[in-house]
Design a protein around this ligand. Structure first.
Ligand code: IPE
Ligand code: IPE
Ligand code: MG
Length: 239
């Protein structure tokens, strides 16, 4: 599962829990939705900065399964924002040579939004500069259960390799670095299996404020980490 990783390298796969939009807006006496709009701007900025840093895979948690339980007005505003972004981002993604994919349980999403997601995936599928994954309606536990169902249907041997091929992230390498903004230090049912040996980085910066220097600081912290995968330092080839 885990590959060896040269100390000092840029993480190949960064996963981000983009948290703190609501508090960013509340601090400014603005509606929470304004925080989500700024959050979208911050996500666009991150994509550009990740490419500039040499990151090859970026996975963003934009809406969790549990977020459906928020007030209907906030959920509708978020669906509206996703719909607008999905219908307007295609040209930019193509121009920047980015491949975009969605992961998550989209059964509850409006049909038009689902159709927009599929066509954006098709439009960007040949992008080679950055592999961008947006987790919408995602839940780490959901992913594990749906992978288990598929593995049982396929009548395959129950082993880690077969299991990982049925996860929504089957095409992605394991996450190297998890960044969570907004000050909370928890996973909130994001990637569970895939974070097994990720380095964790928590920052108080609220998501709409997350800028190039913040990404750079997270990557710099990652480069200082010693990844041992349960071995002793002298056993690991990177030491
Ligand atoms: C993260 O920001 C975005 C989503 C969960 C959709 P929040 O909306 O959770 O912002 P806070 O945590 O309330 O500040
Ligand atoms: C996690 O943030 C989900 C996303 C960023 C999409 P939440 O704000 O939903 O997480 P909790 O409720 O603080 O754990
Ligand atoms: Mg939050």
């Amino acid at each position: 599962m885990s590959s060896s990783f040269a100390e000092g390298s840029v993480p190949a796969h960064i996963a981000v829990i983009m948290d703190g939009n609501g508090r960013w807006a509340q601090q400014r006496q603005l509606p929470r939705t304004d925080g989500h709009k700024q959050g979208l701007t911050a996500a666009r900025r991150l994509v550009e900065n990740a490419v500039a840093e040499g990151v090859s895979h970026l996975t963003l948690f934009a809406f969790s399964h549990e977020n459906w339980q928020r007030p209907g007005s906030e959920v509708s505003a978020l669906m509206q924002l996703f719909a607008e972004a999905i219908s307007s981002e295609g040209a930019r993604l193509r121009k920047n040579n980015i491949c975009l994919r969605f992961i998550g349980d989209t059964a509850r999403f409006p049909a038009t939004l689902r159709a927009g997601m599929r066509s954006l995936e098709t439009l960007t599928r040949n992008g080679t500069r950055l592999n961008l994954t947006l987790a919408l309606g995602y839940s780490g536990k959901w992913d594990i259960v749906q992978a288990a169902e598929k593995m049982a249907q396929a009548k395959e041997a129950y082993n880690e390799e077969n299991f990982a091929r049925h996860l929504a992230t089957a095409d992605l390498p394991a996450a190297d670095l998890l960044i969570r903004t907004g000050g909370e230090q928890r996973i909130s049912n994001f990637l569970l299996w895939q974070l097994a040996y990720a380095e964790l980085y928590f920052t108080d910066t609220l998501w709409p404020d997350f800028a190039a220097a913040d990404l750079h600081a997270a990557i710099a912290s990652f480069k200082q980490r010693e990844r041992r995968y349960g071995q002793l330092p002298q056993q690991h080839p990177d030491d």
